[in-house]
Design a protein around this ligand. Structure first.
Ligand SMILES: Cc1ncc(COP(=O)(O)O)c(C=O)c1O
Ligand SMILES: N[C@@H](CCOP(=O)(O)O)C(=O)O
Length: 510
């Protein structure tokens, strides 16, 4: 028997299971097969792209039995009288409450935990449309009714869950520390996970001839990058409101390069957020911030992915940096859905980590959830979470209370040192990840997080978006910060002797 190779190609004999992965590898062609047969298979494959292939698999497939709708956030666990189709353009309930996407859990529960685990596992590492995406591999739990053809995906998700061996062992006396690298992603942050869902739904609405001329957001730099990229991929206009001089150059150039309409406004993020809400109430521009609960449906898949990566074992702690506070709720929702559908029997304790300069949730938590006030956020190196009036405050409080959660804060020095220390173990972390790592350090030192607790720190953006602050740190140019882990380059003359002297000194050689 010759070596057998599989070719994912068009063929009348192809069939698809309901997992969307070609169950039959179409033709398995012996390597010794006549060259003509192999050539023919390759020709068929190149004639059909993965969207076409998914379309063909859809013909005759069993109808979708899952559904989801918007309900007011405060009545998400009950059967609310007030609900809206996901095809409506709506962001708040009649009384001004946030909305939540409520899935038909009864329909999902018709399949047991094993079915869902096998289905999700079967889709990892594939290129079949749209399941090759870490978000759409969980489509039935995300946006079950959307046509695969309307999906706008850059195959986001499936991010690395990194065992932080040295950081854990040498710096924190822990042996089970993990970093979920959500920032190693198409636009360099976790926002891609939510944006694929939101822009896909907009694509669907536009195909339904709903009046949506473009999609807009206020941003501290990451939402705008993700929105612009997904809109550019779909050919949909993107409009982004950015606080002037408050985001990194790398973040600013992303929407510019992707052709978005960029408005640099002389205000902070909270000011931009107020403006975009007013504008989207007046113009047919769809709101892409996490006030829109569709975003969180994509973001929650990172939580499901963590469980999947641990072979459905639940970590003890998950630490998430918080700003507008949508993501902490998204994590809660992902874990909670897995529990409700029996894939796991508990959820992890969540820690929301804020910069001390922008800490409204931390203050609320410290008041025993008695006294909430939006604040004016001060500048922080964790610029993407410089937010004083978070839209998802109610969602975050619920997530913290339901998960026996903790809110921590980090000073500028603490967050920059924590990021620099992690980098010394091979990562390249953003300042927001520094906030989360600093919260971990505090909880570890106080013994709240134990030496053997399985702990996941969520890294929300790529460090390469924040090189300005790293350069300032390593140049020791930051007033009032000792920058204790700075590693500035040494200036050495172009001279063999001088180079040898430096090496001997630095490497402690004779
Ligand atoms: C890099 C980064 N980390 C963390 C956050 C916080 O996420 P959330 O606003 O959902 O709390 C944001 C955005 O706010 C961000 O851009
Ligand atoms: N960090 C965010 C702030 C806005 O958050 P969103 O999740 O509500 O869009 C950004 O990058 O803009």
């Amino acid at each position: 028997m010759g070596r057998r190779i599989s070719v994912r190609a068009a063929s009348g004999s192809a069939s698809s299971g309901e997992n969307g992965v070609s169950q039959v590898t179409l033709e398995s062609i012996s390597a010794e097969a006549p060259p003509g047969a192999r050539k023919e298979a390759v020709k068929k494959r190149s004639a059909e792209n993965i969207r076409d292939e998914a379309r063909r698999h859809g013909i005759g497939a069993p109808p979708n039995t899952f559904s989801a709708k918007y309900v007011p956030f405060s009545s998400r666990s009950s059967s609310s009288e007030e609900y809206y189709s996901l095809d409506e353009v709506i962001y708040r309930s009649k009384t001004g409450d946030l909305l939540d996407v409520q899935h038909d859990m009864e329909a999902l529960a018709k399949h047991d935990a094993k079915y869902w685990k096998n289905l999700f596992d079967s889709r990892v590492g594939k290129t079949s449309w749209p399941y090759g995406s870490g978000v759409w591999s969980k489509k039935e739990w995300v946006l079950p009714e959307i046509d695969n053809d309307d999906i706008v995906s850059l195959f986001e998700g499936n991010s690395n869950l990194f065992w932080a061996e040295r950081l854990g062992k040498e710096m924190l006396d822990m042996n089970d520390l993990w970093v979920k690298h959500c920032g190693i992603s198409h636009t360099g942050s976790f926002k891609d996970l939510g944006m694929t869902v939101l822009v896909s739904q907009v694509n669907r609405l536009r195909k339904m001839k709903k009046p949506v001329v473009g999609v807009g957001c206020a941003s501290t730099g990451d939402t705008s990058a993700a929105l612009s990229a997904y809109c550019a991929a779909a050919g949909i206009p993107a409009i982004v409101f950015l606080p002037a001089n408050r985001i990194s150059i790398a973040q600013l150039v992303q929407p510019i390069a992707n052709g978005a309409l960029v408005l640099s406004l002389d205000t902070d993020f909270d000011g931009c957020m107020r403006l975009i809400r007013e504008v989207t109430a007046e113009l047919p521009i769809y709101l892409a911030n996490s006030l829109n609960s569709l975003r969180l449906e994509g973001q929650k898949t990172a939580a499901i992915e963590i469980l999947q990566q641990f072979d459905w074992e639940v970590p003890d702690w998950v630490i998430v940096p918080g700003g507008n506070l949508g993501n902490i709720y998204a994590f809660f929702k992902g874990f909670q859905m897995c529990k409700e559908l029996g894939l796991v029997d508990r959820i992890p304790r969540l820690v929301c980590a804020q910069a001390a300069n922008a800490n409204p949730l931390y203050r609320f938590y410290k008041s025993g959830w008695e006294d909430y006030k939006a604040i004016k956020a001060n500048p922080t190196f964790a610029s993407a979470i410089q937010i004083g009036d978070p839209v998802s405050i109610d969602r975050a409080v619920y997530a913290m209370q339901q998960s026996n959660g903790i809110v921590e804060e980090a000073s500028e020095e603490e967050l920059m040192d924590a990021a620099a220390q992690a980098d010394l173990t091979g990562m390249f972390t953003c300042p927001h990840t520094g906030v989360a790592l600093s919260a971990l350090t505090k909880l570890r030192r106080s013994g709240v997080i134990g030496a053997t607790d399985r702990t996941v720190v969520v890294s929300t953006a790529h460090g390469l978006k924040f090189t300005q602050s790293k350069i300032a740190y390593h140049s020791k140019e930051i007033p009032d910060l000792a920058c204790q882990f700075a590693n500035p380059p040494l200036q050495v003359p172009n001279d063999f002797g001088a180079v040898m002297d430096v090496l001997r000194k630095e490497l402690s050689l004779r």
